[in-house]
Ligand binder design. Structure first.
Ligand code: C5P
Length: 222
């Protein structure tokens, strides 16, 4: 349906991304990973020697990079000033810096504009699944379908370690929980369950089952 927007929020490593992509694929929708945009901003700040723990410094520079996200769920792309950063944004260095950067209001305002431009273009075309932390609460509060995805910390760490080829489960779990704590506690657009969101705890489900649950929600409103 034209105008369809599926807002997916949740904790780090909850299976949000894989589920969102799978839903978009099954339903023939576009897909926007807003976390990749915050990661791309963080990557650029680190590369340019900006102190990511100095909110004033981050605010002063965050208007400079040009960040472009593709919306194909089969091949998500992300570039900064034309450079492909899809791999570079998934490092431990970016994982450790992205939550402090994302708490800076100027960063959020800048990326919110970019996100809304993509969402309005794609929802006019046929629909889009958008995933992040504040999609149902701030970015698209009137989205017809809102999902909040969570999973047990141990399950999240195991999945993320499997995805990233990591072996240190304890360190992975600690890094996910540290991000959640900052993301939930920040003053601007904290991670929260949006009004009207359906909560899905993916711990007992396979990816395919989780995708099926969200697809069913979308079909209910359509
Ligand atoms: O989704 P992902 O884990 O890649 O997001 C990385 C980080 O980007 C999150 O931990 C959070 O700090 C930030 N983020 C955000 N708002 C969003 C999406 C991501 O603050 N909508």
């Amino acid at each position: 349906a034209p105008g369809l927007i599926v807002a997916v929020d949740g904790t780090s490593g909850s299976g949000k991304s894989s589920t969102s992509r799978g839903v978009a694929e099954r339903l023939g929708l576009r897909y926007l990973d807003t976390g990749a945009m915050f990661r791309a901003m963080t990557w650029w700040l680190l590369r340019n020697g900006v102190d990511v723990h100095d909110p004033a410094a981050v605010a002063a520079r965050c208007g400079e990079p040009s960040i472009v996200s593709g919306t194909d769920p089969l091949a998500p792309t992300i570039t900064v000033d034309g450079e492909d950063v899809a791999a570079a944004i998934r490092t431990d260095e970016v994982n450790a810096a992205v939550s402090p950067v994302s708490a800076v209001p100027e960063v959020r305002t800048r990326l919110l504009e970019l996100q809304r431009a993509v969402i309005s273009a794609e929802s006019a075309e046929g629909g889009i699944v958008v995933e992040g932390r504040d999609i149902g609460s701030v970015v698209v509060p009137d989205a017809p379908v809102k999902v909040y995805i969570s999973a047990d910390p141990a399950a999240r760490a195991a999945r993320r370690a499997a995805e990233e080829g990591g072996t240190d489960l304890a360190a992975t779990q600690e890094s996910l929980l540290a991000r959640d704590k900052i993301d939930s506690g920040r003053a601007t657009a904290p991670l929260t369950m949006a009004d009207g969101a359906v909560h899905i705890d993916t711990t007992p489900y396979t990816l395919d089952e989780a995708i099926g649950l969200v697809v069913a929600l979308v079909e209910d409103v359509g």
